[in-house]
Design a protein around this ligand. Sequence first.
Ligand SMILES: [Zn+2]
Length: 277
Amino acid sequence: MLCERWLFQAILSKNTQDSREILMFKALWKVVVFILLGVCGTQALSSERDNSHPKTIRPKIAIIIDDLGTNWKNANKVLSLPWQVSASILPFTQYANKIALISKEQNRAILLHAPMEAEKNNQLLGPGALFLSMNPWHLLKQLRQDILDIPGVEGVNNHMGSKMTQELGTMRWVMGLLKWQGLYFIDSRTSDQSVAQQVAQSMGIENTRRNVFLDDDIDSVAINKQFDRLEQLATKNGSAVAIGHPHDETLRVLKNRLLGLEQSGYELVSIRDLVKI
Ligand SMILES: [Zn+2]
């Protein structure tokens, strides 16, 4: 602006003297002025161009590997994946502490994989499980112990829980504690009828939900297809969340697919970047 004002003042200023030297000087001066105007104009144009073309936003993909804690070999493979892949750890398992401490060093998001009562197979819930038969005091005491067992925990997603996540009252108790603890919540969506995310939302807890399970079918062709679906959803909605498990096949497919993800135009982000109220 200063440059332009100075140039215009120079152009508009009048000089009544018209000796030959002065006329020559004026002609030369006009050339200089036109060159400078050109420079200023180009600068203005390029700054307009910068504003009119904001940096392209790439679809975001977040991946959580849950059921971690009982198998060190595969947990170690998860810890060698990019730091944006989040680790969801079952409480009171042999390697929970070790996985959490390494994840913390890597800036990897650490989730409590909270075991919640399912419609069936509740024998698979493992230690620290939450049941609908528990009174609120007992339920919250257990959940608090589960949270404390995972150092550096910043969020929670449900392990199983197809029955419990349908229960509005129980979810209110659960989310109340998460809010108190400053944790975010990811609904694993093990039931279509889950109300967990909507309760989290209504109570002002940062949240999101799983869009794709990568490995319901533990087969590399099937897992690749699910990863394709994840990319399609991210393209359509701007972002998408996948949950996978520490199976050899899943980790092999992930290692390959994540290598080419940026080149395919996607951005791998931590789950903490996709939670919102
Ligand atoms: Zn699980």
